[in-house]
Design a protein around this ligand. Structure first.
Ligand SMILES: [Zn+2]
Length: 304
């Protein structure tokens, strides 16, 4: 043990004050006028993440594509604000979902949601790591993960007419929320073929048509009806929209056909105008070489 020196030196090296970096200047908080409207403050469930295989390539893909805590929180908030609007909205009733656990594991299919064995207020979303790894292009992965999480989160919060709601309508509501959260994948399209309750985006787009036709809040009202009564199709839709669902589906199909016809006419008009412009350009270029006329013909063919 050495003796303490007579003139004590500092026990740790300290930088002279003059050479220290200046104290960081805190970034000013945004003023209230530039802030977006805040998300309604719903009571949130406990959110949990369970990764059953850290070595799976899908796990790495998931963790790189999204921040897990924010992803689940965003999905919950999208679902609550679209299906229940706000905690003080008296026309809707938020279910008492207490926790949502996202389980990432190797399995067939894409994802599913289930209640816990002990208590259905505790939900589990099972999401396939194989799907994440093999079926989604890296550039689309974050968008697809958020889309699937949002769809599954709807199942944690929607009503099912005391177990009597058709599966196609349940899935249509889930994809309507996904659509209105800005998370529709590129291959989705509106279709008026087949049955209205074929499910998923097919029914989701139909609900979107009804929401626009009858006003914002129609799907919320529909979900609330599924809370309080058993599903009897004719009565359900007539009370909600004033018409049976088959008639609503015919109206929707007719609207899609009209829109498609209008688009075709607009495209024809565009081609006609383009041809007229191209002919004028040709007439002003005399003499026209074979090469020049060939290039113009190629462009026209491309447009048609
Ligand atoms: Zn589903």
């Amino acid at each position: 043990m050495t003796d303490a020196p007579s003139s004590p030196r500092p026990s740790v090296f300290t930088v002279p004050m003059s050479t220290r970096d200046p104290a960081p200047i805190p970034t000013p908080l945004p003023t209230t006028t530039s802030q977006k409207p805040s998300t309604p403050s719903f009571a949130l469930p406990k959110l949990r993440l369970e990764i059953r295989d850290l070595n799976h390539d899908g796990t790495q893909g998931f963790l790189i594509a999204v921040v897990a805590s924010k992803a689940l929180l965003t999905a919950v908030q999208s679902v609550l604000s679209l299906l229940y609007k706000s905690p003080t909205e008296h026309t809707t009733t938020v279910p008492g979902t207490r926790s949502v656990t996202l389980v990432l594991r190797s399995m067939e299919g894409v994802a599913y949601t289930t209640g816990s064995e002990l208590d259905s207020d505790h939900k589990e979303i099972h999401f396939s790591l194989d799907y994440i790894h093999k079926s989604v292009a890296p550039a689309l992965l974050a968008h697809e993960i958020m889309g699937v999480l949002t769809h599954e989160m709807v199942h944690c919060y929607q009503y099912n007419a005391l177990g009597t709601c058709p599966g196609g309508l349940i899935e249509g509501i889930a994809d309507w929320v996904r659509l209105n959260s800005g998370l529709s994948p590129p291959h989705w399209k509106r279709e008026g073929t087949g049955k209205w309750d074929a499910g998923y985006q097919h029914t989701g787009y139909f609900l979107d048509y009804l929401e626009k036709r009858y006003g914002e809040g129609l799907v919320r009202k529909l979900n609330e009806k599924l809370r309080i009564e058993r599903y009897k199709e004719k009565h359900f839709w007539t009370e909600l929209c004033g018409r049976p669902v088959e008639q609503l589906w015919c109206d929707y199909r007719q609207k899609l056909e009209e829109e498609s016809k209008k688009t075709e006419e607009e495209e024809c008009l565009f081609v006609d105008r383009y041809d007229a412009t191209a002919s004028g350009a040709l007439a002003s270029q005399a003499p026209t070489s074979t090469t020049e006329s060939g290039e113009i013909a190629d462009v026209s063919a491309g447009v048609v």
